[in-house]
Ligand binder design. Structure first.
Ligand SMILES: [Cu+2]
Length: 217
């Protein structure tokens, strides 16, 4: 008698063919995920209805699964006694390098609860990048040059973007499903609740908008 005949159907077959079926299934699941990833365009306006640049928009998946981590190191430089760029969004866990490309020394620091740190007077590349592992806003200054400021908004998701001069941001690669879409701008009071709205992504591209209580600059 064939020994496979007495096994339940899903156990029949040799281990190699079972493994092959698993690989085919995984490949199908992966391609289905890619096919359903769409882009979201977000328009952000200020209190007077004007396009708001340098707002950060981000989508948090409703299902509480751990999002994949982005591994790249981000850079905020000091040049012409300014931080460039003015606003940076990163996923929690990201490391940021702060190269000083001026000939004068800068002393980079933050007292923000989301990240307190201090890079004492230096030029060139500091020894180590700084890791931002807690979501929130980090306001960074220079101890020597009071006018220098830069803002980092740390978000708990890989799905984020910053608005351009037209107040528009585009988040790519959103799988179909439910999200909470949020928007932040450094012009909002630090005590203001975050602006948010539910977002349901389907297979196609989508659009959303925010009006933030920020005065025209
Ligand atoms: Cu400085």
């Amino acid at each position: 008698m064939d020994r496979n005949a007495i096994k339940p159907p899903h156990l029949a077959g040799n281990p190699a063919s079972i493994a092959r079926r698993a690989i085919v299934f995984t490949a199908l699941a992966t391609s289905a995920f890619v096919a359903h990833a769409a882009a979201l365009t977000v328009q952000v306006l200020d209190a007077s209805g004007q396009a708001l640049q340098d707002a950060v928009v981000y989508a948090e998946a409703a299902a509480g699964h751990a999002p994949p981590k982005l591994q790249k190191i981000v850079e905020i430089e000091q040049k012409g006694r300014r931080f460039i760029p003015l606003v940076t969004a990163v996923q929690a866990g990201t490391s940021i390098a702060f190269p000083n490309n001026d000939t004068v020394r800068h002393h980079v620091y933050s007292f923000s609860p989301a990240k307190v740190f201090d890079l004492k007077l230096y030029t060139g590349q500091p020894e180590n990048p700084v890791t931002f592992d807690k979501p929130g806003t980090v306001v960074i200054g220079c101890n020597i040059h009071d006018q220098m400021v830069t803002y980092i908004h740390v978000v708990p998701t890989p799905h984020f973007a910053r608005t351009d001069a037209n107040g528009k941001a585009r988040i790519e690669g959103l799988a179909a499903g439910k999200y909470q879409l949020k928007a932040w701008h450094f012009g909002l009071p630090t005590s203001a609740p975050i602006s948010e709205q539910p977002l349901a992504m389907t297979a196609g591209d989508s659009a959303a908008s925010f009006k933030l209580d920020v005065k025209a600059r």
